[in-house]
Write a protein that binds this ligand. Structure first.
Ligand code: C5P
Length: 233
């Protein structure tokens, strides 16, 4: 898998997003568009950023009945994105339907990956709210295996879980990992964090980095530092 740094474009408008991207005159980083920006600007922002030459991870975390997800995925596949996701909790049937929907008439498709348990879900909340009483890491691994069985390309997980996911689902199964911070940087609201260099050692395929780059005094320098530590370029 081609290791890469994905910048989380957690902005609420087209103007702020493009002002941020305009700073990158030498490189075209892989970017993540999440719910905030997508709901603010719609598919037009995806097309515009794609036209600028960026690879795009559309982080909309779909979760609905299989038929609805399949149809929504078919629409999203027309956006020429490179990666998108759904919740593994929607079941294997939903993941299989999604994969069918996202496959374009020519057989190509973006990388479809699954969210296992959100990093905001603790053992206690999972037991109390979801009535799931198994250990959290066992649940994460089970969801990852189900995603692999459904034919998905990978999962979003913590860098700390990347090695175990590869062991269970194969080296080709992609791990996309947020929760990355520089050794000398602010942690913010992330709890279990790793540096880009450590994420690389742990076997992450892609790291998703937001604030350490978007809020940096010099975002381009922060991106380059991240890429140097993670990809070694
Ligand atoms: O700013 P920061 O580097 O914490 O941003 C991380 C990005 O990854 C955010 O867009 C966040 O929504 C996303 N994310 C995460 N943890 C997950 C899934 C997605 O932090 N489990």
């Amino acid at each position: 898998m081609g290791k890469d740094v994905i910048i989380a474009l957690d902005f609420d408008s087209r103007e702020r997003t493009l002002a941020f991207l305009d700073q990158f005159t030498q490189e075209k980083p892989f970017v993540k568009i999440g719910m905030e920006l997508y709901y603010a600007e719609g598919p037009a922002i995806v097309r515009e950023i794609k036209a600028r030459g960026h690879k795009i991870f559309l982080d909309l975390k779909l979760h609905d009945i299989p038929n609805t997800v399949k149809k929504a995925m078919a629409v999203l596949s027309g956006l020429d994105i490179d990666m998108l996701n759904l919740h593994a909790a929607g079941t294997k049937a939903m993941m299989e339907a999604a994969l069918e929907g996202v496959t374009r008439p020519d057989g190509s498709r973006p990388l479809l990956i699954a969210v296992t348990q959100l990093t905001s879900t603790s053992q206690e909340r999972m037991e109390e709210d979801l009535l799931i009483e198994r250990p959290l890491d066992e649940v994460v691994m089970h969801y990852a295996r189900r995603a692999a069985q459904a034919g998905l390309a990978g999962v979003v997980c913590s860098p700390l879980e990347a090695g175990k996911v590869h062991e269970a689902c194969g080296q080709e199964f992609v791990t996309v990992t947020p929760g990355v911070r520089f050794a000398d940087g602010d942690v913010g609201d992330q709890v279990r964090v790793t540096t880009p260099a450590r994420a690389r050692e742990l076997g992450s395929d892609y790291i998703v980095v937001g604030r350490p780059i978007t809020q940096a005094e010099d975002p381009v320098a922060a991106y380059r530092r991240c890429a140097a530590e993670f990809v070694g370029k």
